[in-house]
Ligand binder design. Sequence first.
Ligand code: FAD
Length: 499
Amino acid sequence: MRPHFSRSVFLRSALGLAVAGTGLAGATRLSASSAAPAAGSLVADADSPAGAFGRGNAESKWRALRGELRGRLIVPGDPEYPVARQVFNTRFDDQEPSAVVQVADAEDVATAFGFAAENDLEVAARAGGHSYAGISTATGSLIIDVRGLRGVRTDAGQAVVSPGHTLYEVYQELDRSGRSLPAGACPSVGIAGLTLGGGLGVESRAHGLTCDRLTAATVVLPDGTITEVSATVRPDLFWALRGGGSLLGIVSSMTFDTIEATTKDVVRLTFPGEQADRVITGWQEWLRSADREQWANVSVDADGEGGLTCWMQLVCPAGAGETVTAALTDAIGLSPAATDVRTLGHMETVLYLAGGAVDQPRAAFTNGSDIVSALTPDIIGTVLESLTRFSSVGGTGWVQINTLDGAIADPSPTATAFPWRDHAAIVEWGAYEPIPHDSALTWIADSHAALGPDSVGGYVNYLESGDSLSRYFGDNHSRLAQLRARVDPDNRIRSVLTP
Ligand SMILES: Cc1cc2nc3c(=O)[nH]c(=O)nc-3n(C[C@H](O)[C@H](O)[C@H](O)COP(=O)(O)OP(=O)(O)OC[C@H]3O[C@@H](n4cnc5c(N)ncnc54)[C@H](O)[C@@H]3O)c2cc1C
């Protein structure tokens, strides 16, 4: 996913960096939208049609909860509430959670679950707040915000990470011991949400998904039980945590097998948009023989006037940049219009891929994804046609294609809940404001439809509301649904997926 910076500077990619700011001309040709997301089911307020408890009653209940917590409880009317309810995507700014519990420890999470059960409230965990579907804020829900759970400890190649950290913070802390994790590029994404849904990044070909490096976790289940999970303790839950999204409990600690933090060559290549099909085809050809330490993805941006720009981000071991670029461009059979090669230290690479800034402004955006088993010429054509059509009606959307090969494909599709282990790629669709949400949504829905059965599902970290569980978990969905029925029989934890 590509963080948005500003219209006048650069659009940055989460899994590859920066192309010169895409023009927004023509965006006004798209219709405006109310962009109202689905509301939650319960509101703990006397005025609510589904009010769980009356106003006077509510005050005493909140007071009682506050007294039980080590962390903070923020309810509507508190001065902190307008900010406490916000997530990264401003599209969800109209959501009014019944309260936000900023937990101080796992016991607070258990207390909040207990309160939610007593008052029949839906619960949503929040870490980095980057959920595409705005899961971590919702009208009526009790938000359990884990950002106060802090700490990154490394020992003998293992890192114990609290879920309150952003990716940048985790990279920075691990870097002090010369270690890292294969994870995403957006600096403000939460390590918790990213890991639980998979975790795709520039080290994925070499070291797998972030969830593949998870060796243990502490989880608070909806019944308030605090349990350790690992390959030998509650292996069912451990299976689900690795890619199963966040349907089963709230994680209060994660232990990872780290990787070495290394210096990289980081290369950006730009190609004419009309050659995007050749670029994608050549990229796939190159992937077949490219060493796993070499990684690249392809992005295609719509200019909103019917045109496209194509660019690639390549990351490989320091010193190999020129050779790897030559092999990649040979496979594509085109000379790039522009090439930028630089050698960067580990944290410099992190910052570069983050778009050069750790703090990113909140923005409104709409995204979706498709998983394809192979990138055939037909599929490539469909993807590019859909983006071109959107471009021709003012849509400054983009497509980013990331490979699922290398170490991602080492585990079997059933080894963890992340099911896309023998598939070629994730095609991500996205559009930022000022493109109206409804227009972007229609474009993405049309794109899914155009791909038809060539799309076998979606990536749960690029979640779209209203989809079925099976779309994100493929053959693993029944096992996940059964586990959820066992540990969360009341569906306490918020989900926007149909069973
Ligand atoms: C700008 C941007 C860039 C991105 N880049 C990448 C990328 O490079 N690679 C990639 O793979 N993905 C990427 N993503 C997708 C990202 O991985 C998901 O959106 C992820 O779910 C965000 O996690 P979060 O903690 O920030 O969000 P949140 O909204 O806080 O949480 C996301 C989900 O996890 C749940 N959750 C949060 N904390 C916990 C917890 N402690 N226990 C249990 N459940 C919890 C929430 O309830 C919610 O369902 C990007 C997203 C954005 C917006």
